[in-house]
Design a protein around this ligand. Structure first.
Ligand SMILES: NC(=O)c1ccc[n+]([C@@H]2O[C@H](COP(=O)([O-])OP(=O)(O)OC[C@H]3O[C@@H](n4cnc5c(N)ncnc54)[C@H](OP(=O)(O)O)[C@@H]3O)[C@@H](O)[C@H]2O)c1
Length: 306
């Protein structure tokens, strides 16, 4: 590992669940963070305007930054997957990544590393087969999206920049994402497994995602696709049990598959709720990354106590 004491790190999606936690952790560690923002700049020292949908970006401000972390993209679970919203999900990731990667490739002083989000949607729904970074791509909308999102990094890679695509699992935080949505139901004692409850949830606590992104920034041996989830995936039933225990509430009431399909639409229900994949964080572990919260009980206890 190479230690890079105080760095300048550009971050997109800095207002999001992961981005805001990463920015505060980087700043606490003494790094300077340049946020690429899509609204008018309010603090010129910390922000630079970009608009991934019109291709606007100020390349000059990226000259000489040490690392770029790309976390921007329209929220996958925000609304039903109409054809129009699917296009937003794709373009907000693929066009933005292409713009960043091309801009990075054009710089005189390129960053050491481009770390971009990807997702476990790459693997599709795979039963209880244990998957790692070598496993082939799955099928479905999310798998294709993740594939094209990862490929969009190519200009930066071809320009000699180290590129990491973090295939992030279900991020656990009461502040956002899946856990925030289901917490009120579990707190009422009405939560439980989804559908059969046998599908795997490859999850990760928010503090460990932030640590894994920082690890990827700092470890020059980490490259390419990086599975970013805890080493102990659980079934939907185990997840519900553990959350119920943490909250001291019953959690045995399953939500039937048909109800989930009616609530969020068939395709999203299959991809995000009823399907799942059991995935190992092989590269992170091989490089010596140590999870703060490797088990679901530890992670839920930690994030719910914050
Ligand atoms: N949370 C999870 O469980 C999870 C799991 C797997 C993968 N991921 C991926 O990790 C990344 C960060 O996740 P997150 O949970 O922090 O997401 P998030 O809370 O939804 O935040 C994403 C950020 O992206 C920017 N954004 C929103 N709409 C956009 C659009 N149409 N075009 C471009 N940028 C847009 C926004 O930041 P600005 O307004 O500051 O630009 C937003 O705060 C995402 O790419 C997500 O797909 C997340």
């Amino acid at each position: 590992m190479v230690h890079h004491p105080s760095q300048v790190i550009a971050v997109t999606g800095a207002t999001g669940l992961v981005g805001s936690a990463l920015v505060s952790s980087l700043e606490q560690a003494g790094h300077a963070v340049l946020r690429l923002v899509r609204r008018p700049v309010q603090n010129a020292e910390q922000e630079s305007y970009w608009n991934p949908s019109t291709g606007e970006i100020d390349a000059d401000v990226l000259e000489g930054v040490d690392a770029v972390v790309h976390l921007g993209g329209a929220n996958v679970a925000k609304q039903r997957w109409s054809n129009a919203y699917k296009q937003v999900l794709r373009s907000s990731r693929i066009d933005s990544t292409t713009l960043l990667a091309r801009t990075i490739a054009s710089l005189q002083q390129k960053p050491r590393v481009l770390v971009t989000a990807s997702a476990i949607g790459f693997y599709g729904s795979r039963g209880d087969e244990l998957l790692d970074e070598e496993s082939p791509i799955g099928s479905g909308f999310l798998a294709e999206l993740c594939h094209d999102w990862e490929e969009a990094n190519q200009p930066a890679r071809e320009a000699g920049v180290r590129v990491c695509q973090m295939r992030i699992g279900v991020v656990l935080s009461p502040e956002g994402g899946a856990l925030k949505k289901i917490l009120p139901i579990f707190r009422k004692g009405l939560g439980g497994p989804m559908g059969s409850g046998k599908q795997y949830v490859s999850w990760i606590g928010l503090p460990d995602v932030v640590a894994a992104l920082e690890f990827a920034i700092d470890h020059d041996a980490i490259n390419g696709a990086v599975n970013t989830m805890a080493p102990h995936p659980v079934t939907s039933r185990e997840f519900a049990n553990s959350l119920g225990q943490q909250l001291g509430r019953p959690s045995f009431l399953p939500t039937p598959a048909f109800a989930l399909r009616m609530m969020v639409g068939w395709e999203m229900a299959e991809a995000l709720l009823l399907g799942g994949a059991k995935i190992a964080p092989r590269k992170l572990e091989a490089e010596g990354f140590v999870f703060q919260h490797p088990t679901i009980a530890e992670a839920l206890a930690a994030v719910l106590s914050r």
